[in-house]
Write a protein that binds this ligand. Structure first.
Ligand SMILES: *Cc1c(COP(=O)(O)O)cnc(C)c1O
Length: 424
């Protein structure tokens, strides 16, 4: 990814005199103040993505529920909540986070195959907008839990449309062999059953076919199946207020060329036509992925027998995607230097051979240099761990000239504070 120099094409990430900035702040200043590794997000980038998606839906009743598992920092949620976003949650923990960030509970949808009774009760008490139910057993449980609480639970069934999203197998969710959703062929029967249950209120149909999808066609296939089901339900007198087409919109990490969001949305709007339903989406990666970077410092340069290593202070516990999916993230110097370019394996300090951030990267480096791992705003911090007893990175949100510390760096004693030695 070429980051623009100076003014002209200035996005949230740009260079002045070669030095990488986020909005008005040089990354060197952030490293000096908050240390490394550090996640850095741009408020302007988050907002412009949200507005772009919203603009594509102008004139249509809609709700964007940000899939907060992509990046659940309270400051990030706050940015979206202020823009009127809803949230797609997958746990009681995410419910608590969304509420703590100021989310409107009626704009929360609850996805996931394993909702516990306690999670259902908490979501009912909060008054969330919709449970995206993923199985017959869950439907039965939700009816019972809602009855005991004296409530009616708003419900969509998550239908598995059995389309191939043509993405990485670990992030494809819409095929019939996946654990997610209710088989397309069983959905009608389950809707009839749900309509008879006293403590449920049917409000929509939900689907989500996978992640990092870079083609429109799989969506349209899924939309056709959802619309066929919708029309059938209407014919039986089961009217639904919304259709939720999930998330999964792909972004550019390297050379992917996903169509603009307006192209995805236009195709979907065209199929939906004038059916009087609210349209919902659950974008995660698309909203936050390219709004964040991971800032890291080179600890050592090491000559190996047949390759050179740049050992940096961020590792797979901070950004798991390369180790987990063999994912590509561009890695660029924060302040380019003259000097010989070498081909480096960019690796972290963790004791695993899979601990890498990038293979064979052509860089001119010296010890102490800062590097920016790009496109790290989604599934970065939210998938991080404390493996090797490494404190999690700090997170900052840049807003113009302001650097807001969105999460303090963890300290080592925090990491074993809940543990106990044996008695005696
Ligand atoms: C993960 C997930 C999303 C978001 O996926 P992205 O690829 O990040 O857009 C949306 N809906 C559901 C149900 C999910 O599990």
């Amino acid at each position: 990814m070429n980051l623009p120099e100076e003014a002209a094409a200035r996005g949230p990430f740009w260079r002045r005199g070669g030095r990488l900035h986020v909005e008005s702040v040089p990354l060197e200043a952030i490293a000096a103040r908050h240390g490394t590794p550090c996640y850095v997000y741009s408020r302007a980038a988050l907002e412009s993505r949200f507005r772009e998606f919203t603009a594509a839906l102008a004139g249509r009743d809609h709700l964007l529920c940000y899939a907060m598992k992509a990046n659940s920092n309270l400051a990030v949620l706050d940015v979206f909540a202020r823009l009127g976003a809803g949230f797609d949650i997958v746990s009681g923990g995410e419910l608590a986070r969304a509420l703590a960030a100021g989310a409107d509970p009626r704009r929360i949808v609850f996805s996931g195959v394993g909702k516990s009774e306690a999670e259902m009760r908490a979501a009912l008490a909060a008054g969330i907008g919709c449970f995206n139910v993923e199985s017959a057993a869950e439907l039965e449980r939700l009816d019972r839990v809602a009855g005991a609480a004296g409530k009616r639970a708003p419900v969509s069934l998550r239908v598995n449309p059995d389309v191939d999203a043509k993405t990485h197998p670990y992030i494809s969710t819409g095929l019939k062999e996946n654990k997610f959703g209710i088989a397309h062929g069983e959905a009608l029967g389950l809707y009839r059953e749900a309509a008879r249950r006293p403590n449920l209120e049917l409000v929509g149909i939900d689907c989500h076919i996978g992640s990092q999808i870079t083609e429109v066609a799989p969506y349209l296939e899924a939309v056709d199946r959802i619309l066929a089901l919708h029309d059938r339900l209407v014919a039986e007198g089961i009217a639904l207020a919304h259709l939720d087409f999930g998330g999964g919109f792909g972004i550019r990490y390297r050379d992917e060329a996903p169509p603009p969001i307006a192209a995805f949305v236009a195709g979907i709007l065209d199929r939906v036509g004038d059916r009087p339903v609210k349209l919902m989406f659950e974008p995660g990666r698309w909203l936050v992925g390219n709004a964040g970077i991971l800032l890291t410092r080179v600890e050592y340069l090491k000559r190996g027998a047949d390759r050179d290593f740049a050992i940096v202070d961020a590792a797979m516990n901070d950004l798991m995607r390369p180790a987990l999916y063999d994912a590509w993230h561009d890695i660029v110097p924060v302040a380019p230097r003259d000097g010989p370019v070498r081909r480096y394996e960019v690796v972290g300090p963790v004791c695993e051979s899979g601990d890498f951030l990038g293979h064979a990267r052509e860089l001119a480096l010296a010890e102490g240099d800062l590097l920016a791992v790009l496109s790290a705003g989604a599934y970065g911090m939210s998938m991080s761990s404390n493996y090797n007893t490494r404190p999690r990175a700090a997170e900052v949100l840049v807003d113009g000239e302001t650097v807001h510390l969105a999460r303090e760096r963890e300290t080592v004693p925090m990491l074993y504070a809940l543990e106990r030695r044996l008695p005696g």
